[in-house]
Design a protein around this ligand. Structure first.
Ligand SMILES: [Zn+2]
Length: 230
């Protein structure tokens, strides 16, 4: 079942390694089929060099395994919460990529201070609040999803396709698994550039009209970056 999506999600997981976002098995990608509401996700703790498309696990929106011999990623409950809360997304990525995780550990939103950031993320890339002791000791991975959703109460998840979970690391998403990986790469690069920029000048700024210009030329009704869509 969902063979094409399995192939796609498998490839997206391999791409995470190719882009240098993952050490060992510290990362996962999933994709959802919105017609059946089934999610295809990486199996838990399986090394990338022996992983096959058929090892991908199919779960429903309660996180229950529908097909697959292996256990799904331990972060599956977080993915499921996000798919339910953000109906327009089709793929999710989680990594512990170095610079994004450094900002998550510092507990600070990554401010929008450059056109690279503004091309993909309209606002600061937000960092979640601390999780409570109850949340950590309870259904930890589900609650991780819930703190993300809470942080997005006033943020459009399509315009800001990523988040830092405090003391943990980044999650990103997109219209499918490929775009979620793309945003994970951009998020890591933006985090890296922001770290260096603030080291050079802690008082740097960017004007809101420059942010608006860059975001709107790639997104929205008057977008003109790249080639015309057929
Ligand atoms: Zn993690």
């Amino acid at each position: 079942m969902l063979e094409t999506l399995k192939e796609k999600v498998y490839k997206a997981n391999i791409d995470l390694v190719k882009h240098g976002l993952v050490l060992f098995t510290w990362g996962n990608v999933s994709g959802i089929d919105r017609k059946s509401n089934l999610v295809v996700i990486k199996p838990s703790g399986v090394s990338y060099d022996i992983m096959k498309p058929n090892d991908m696990v199919v779960v429903d929106l309660n996180g229950k395994v529908v097909e697959g011999d292996l256990r799904p990623s331990s972060d599956t409950p977080t993915h499921v919460v996000l798919y339910k809360a953000f109906p327009d997304i089709g793929g999710i990525v989680h990594t512990h990529s170095t610079y994004a995780t450094a900002w998550a550990q510092a507990g600070i939103d990554i401010p929008n201070i450059g056109t690279t950031h503004a091309d993909y993320f309209h606002d600061a890339i937000p960092c979640t609040a601390d999780m409570t002791e109850e949340e950590v000791k309870g259904s930890y991975e589900t609650e991780t999803g819930n703190v993300i959703v809470k942080r997005f109460e006033k943020i459009n998840p399509i315009h800001t396709p990523g988040v830092l979970v405090k003391n943990h690391g980044p999650f990103s998403w997109g219209k499918d698994a490929d775009e979620a990986v793309y945003h994970a790469v951009v998020l890591e690069q933006v985090a890296k550039m922001a770290s260096i920029s603030f080291a050079i000048n802690p008082n740097l700024t960017m004007s809101p009209y420059l942010i608006e210009k860059h975001f709107s030329r790639k997104h929205g009704p008057n977008a003109y970056y790249g080639q015309k869509k057929k």
